[in-house]
Design a binder for this molecule. Structure first.
Ligand code: IPM
Ligand code: MG
Length: 360
């Protein structure tokens, strides 16, 4: 199979972790006789430094022409980096939001799974860690507050900032369908998360999700308020299968879900449109404090590459080979510093990539 992959290293640890994910893809390519061609493009702070804007039209068009996009992470330290002196629409994050919108990536899949080898790193009660959990956050990615109209005005000498949260029924329906389809391939339970006791957008969300659920009688649906969900995630994460939610709730809950797996460095994600095309990136950020030290955990990005093989290229066996290789290195006791505990073997970012390659 021949595939073109647009690669966005990005900022901070991004380039290091993407390099490891490419190494793993190359190993898969040679073992399974595929040909992956990479097209490196800039986005985020590095694009601001090079072109004065976080996302150029050229990057968008190379991504559109590719079969999939593999990304590291973007952004810098929001208190110290000069990127954050720029107007909001010129900052690194604006590039990512625009890229998601330009590519129509409305469905963000963020699996959170507790490896039994990392149960000790789970910050929850020992019994909760021992029970394990395996959930998938399905986050709406191109609507809601992050894309609504926003402005800051001064009225009668008082500054007021306004962000708009709006959803139409079509936006809700297509992400709900994704959520139910995914649940069907998992444990057949959807928890739809909203704030329907307060927000109109959430009441519409619930109405549309209930209507979509009628087409999936084999999937159990429950509704949960977002504040309760934040609490349930730390109390009993094993109760969840698919968490279906809007953009901002999903942003926040997915960080929480990843942290309870022991490290945010383990969590992959896929952002999909309604074709096979997708952008694959770790759920974590650019960790500027540890950039360039070869100590970052590349596993989230490597597992994102596995999702790319599965969802965009239909290479299920190859994706599984990567996931099994990750499981094998963990079982053998190899750990990057973020998941290191006494008695395990500490390895660098590039060593972790090599070890995973060797097991494919
Ligand atoms: C994420 C990030 C982004 C988001 C930021 C960088 C715009 O937090 O992917 O979760 O909020 O979607
Ligand atoms: Mg986030």
């Amino acid at each position: 199979m021949n595939k073109v992959i647009a690669c966005i290293g990005g900022d901070g640890i991004g380039p290091e972790i993407v390099a490891e994910a490419k190494k793993v893809c190359d190993q898969v390519a040679s073992k399974y006789h595929h040909n992956f061609q990479y097209k490196d493009v800039l986005m985020g702070g590095c694009s601001i430094d090079a072109y004065g804007e976080p996302l150029t039209d050229e990057t968008i068009s190379i991504c559109k022409e590719a079969d999939a996009v593999l990304m590291g992470s973007i952004g810098g330290n929001t208190s110290t980096s000069p990127w954050y002196q720029l107007p909001p629409e010129k900052r690194p994050e604006a590039g990512l939001l625009k890229l998601r919108k330009s590519l129509g990536l409305f469905a963000n899949l963020r699996p959170a799974y507790l490896y039994k080898e990392l149960a000790d790193a789970c910050p929850l009660k020992e019994a909760t860690g021992a029970a394990g959990f395996d959930l998938m956050i399905v986050r709406e990615l191109t609507g809601g507050l992050y894309f609504g109209e926003r402005k800051t005005v001064v009225e009668n000498g008082v500054k007021t900032a306004i962000d708009t949260l709006s959803y139409n029924e079509n936006e809700i329906r297509r992400i709900a369908i994704k959520g139910f389809e995914i649940a069907r391939k998992r444990s057949k339970k959807v928890t739809s998360v909203d704030k329907a006791n307060v927000l109109d957008s959430s009441r519409l969300w619930r109405e549309v999700v209930n209507a979509v659920a009628k087409d999936y009688p084999d999937v159990t649906l429950e509704h949960m308020l977002v504040d309760n969900c934040a609490m349930q995630l730390v109390k009993d994460p094993a109760q969840f299968d698919v968490i279906l939610t809007e953009n901002m709730f999903g942003d926040i809950l997915s960080d929480e879900a990843s942290m309870i797996t022991g490290s945010i460095g383990m969590l992959s994600s896929a952002s999909l449109n309604d074709t096979k095309f997708g952008l694959y990136e770790p759920s974590h950020g650019s960790a500027p404090d540890i950039a360039g030290q070869n100590i970052a955990n590349p596993i989230a990005t490597i597992l994102s590459a596995a999702m790319m093989l599965r969802y965009s290229f239909d290479l299920d066996a190859e994706a599984k080979a990567i996931e099994d290789a990750v499981q094998a290195v963990l079982t053998e006791g190899y750990r990057t510093v973020d998941i290191y505990t006494e008695g395990t073997k500490k390895v660098s970012c590039s060593q972790m990539g090599d070890l995973i390659c060797e097991r494919i």
